[in-house]
Write a protein that binds this ligand. Structure first.
Ligand code: LLP
Length: 411
């Protein structure tokens, strides 16, 4: 099996396992699909990569090379982006509880736009920007009352979400007063994010409609950011909409809304994370022991919930293959379990695979989003290396953690 022209066995020999592998050709193709199709004659457009899905310096360099903007949600993500040489003008800083340290850092580094989540934050931001004699661009994250999850969406759900401001609420009215009067806050528009791994685009229509309703309060064209959440393929249960179609549909929905309402917008922005890196990522493991219980057969791998928490946390499903045995009969119904001291440390339950022996390599698909970024050192597992493959060559993006690094900060 090859990824971007590199034999997976060679990757194992050079970098060891467990190993996160990213197909950079695939990432760039997806970015191009978005860039080439998320365009309009009526308004400007912007694509921000939501870096919480996977953020490291080498990834940020790919985002920069491809000309996308960047969504960061913490001091750590922002710092990594700055250190990787990303232009701060194209950074969007999110978060529902930004610290003073983070706000100071954002302003001192001239971060392009702050996505303000609540009234308290706006007050602090206005004070800090005044004291620094700076003007800060903001968009306000709205709770548009649309909650989408996978195949379903609900309007008027989620009024108690920890994210965003409810339109028309007392907090909203007070925020409106601040932005109308502040010399240090430049209000650009609204933001909404309604969920993740969404397959039903009509949920986005609903949120676009809501944003247009809000835009009526302003007599100048606004920026509208409709967030991320475009679903990807993990197993054959998922049928994602191709990202060129996603892009075109969202553009058309916004263009229709402009025509229908007569409200002009300055820019439409999206913030995909999972869809950019998810399917480009693989995790390679070595199978150690296998075991049969009265009702189950286990293949044990050298990683687990420490490198992929999603099955344990969200009952997320994955697909896998044993390297070199792709064409053998898949006649063993097995459970892939990690090496953590935790019964829930299962990566895949009940998958049909060929017979495995110790030393075989197992690969799981679509682990590029929220895998490395949600990894942990539970049981003092060492964080695996991340390798990028592109045009038949591999390069290290993040080195494997060493035992010394594991205890480096311990006194
Ligand atoms: N924008 C905002 C404001 C967000 O909160 C998120 C994700 C995104 C963009 C990107 O969404 P995406 O395109 O990646 O779906 N840990 C969970 C996913 C949490 C998503 C949080 N917000 C998981 O592993 O499924």
């Amino acid at each position: 099996m090859e990824i971007a022209g590199v034999d997976v066995k060679d990757l194992k020999n050079e970098y060891g396992t467990p190993l996160y592998i990213y197909d950079v050709n695939h990432i760039k193709n997806i970015m191009s699909l978005y860039k080439n199709n998320f365009k309009s004659e009526m308004f400007e457009t912007e694509i921000e990569y939501a870096s919480k899905a996977f953020n490291c310096k080498e990834m940020i360099r790919v985002v920069k090379e491809m000309g996308l903007s960047l969504d960061v949600v913490s001091l750590g993500e922002m710092y990594t982006a700055i250190k990787a040489g990303f232009d701060p003008k194209h950074i969007f800083f999110h978060g529902n509880n930004k610290s003073l340290e983070e706000i100071n850092y954002a302003l001192d580094n001239n971060i392009g736009t702050v996505v303000v989540d609540n009234l308290d934050e706006l007050k602090v931001l206005e004070e800090v920007s005044k004291s620094k004699n700076k003007v800060v661009n903001i968009v306000i994250r709205m709770n548009v009352g649309v909650s989408a999850h996978t195949h379903k969406f609900i309007v008027t759900a989620h009024v108690d979400s920890k994210f965003g401001v409810l339109y028309g609420s007392d907090d909203y009215k007070e925020m409106k007063k601040i932005i109308d009067n502040s010399k240090n806050i430049k209000f650009l528009g609204f933001h909404s994010h309604i969920g993740s791994q969404i397959f039903d685009l009509s949920a986005f229509n609903a949120s676009i409609d809501k944003l247009f309703e809000m835009a009526k309060d302003f007599n100048y064209p606004l920026v509208m950011n409709i967030g991320g959440g475009y679903g990807v393929h993990y197993t054959n249960e998922d049928s994602p909409i191709p990202f060129d179609i996603v892009s075109k549909t969202l553009i058309k929905t916004a263009e229709d809304a402009v025509r229908r309402t007569g409200i002009k917008i300055k820019k439409l922005a999206i913030e995909p994370g999972r869809s950019i890196v998810g399917e480009a990522g693989y995790t390679l493991y070595t199978i150690g022991f296998t075991k049969k219980t009265p009702n189950k057969e286990y293949y044990f791998i050298d990683g687990g919930m420490t490198d992929n928490i999603r099955p344990a946390l969200y009952q997320a499903k994955y697909d896998a293959e044993i390297i070199g045995k792709e064409n053998e009969a898949h006649n063993h119904k097995v459970t892939i379990a990690g090496k953590c001291c935790e019964s829930g440390d299962l990566i895949i339950e009940d998958i049909n695979l060929p017979e495995a022996k110790s030393g075989d390599l197992l690969i799981t698909y679509t682990t590029g989003a929220y895998g490395y970024s949600m990894s942990s050192n539970y049981n003092k597992a060492l964080t695996p290396a991340v390798v990028f493959v592109e045009d038949g060559k591999s390069r290290i993006a993040i080195k494997r953690m060493t035992l010394d690094e594991l205890i480096e900060r311990e006194v």
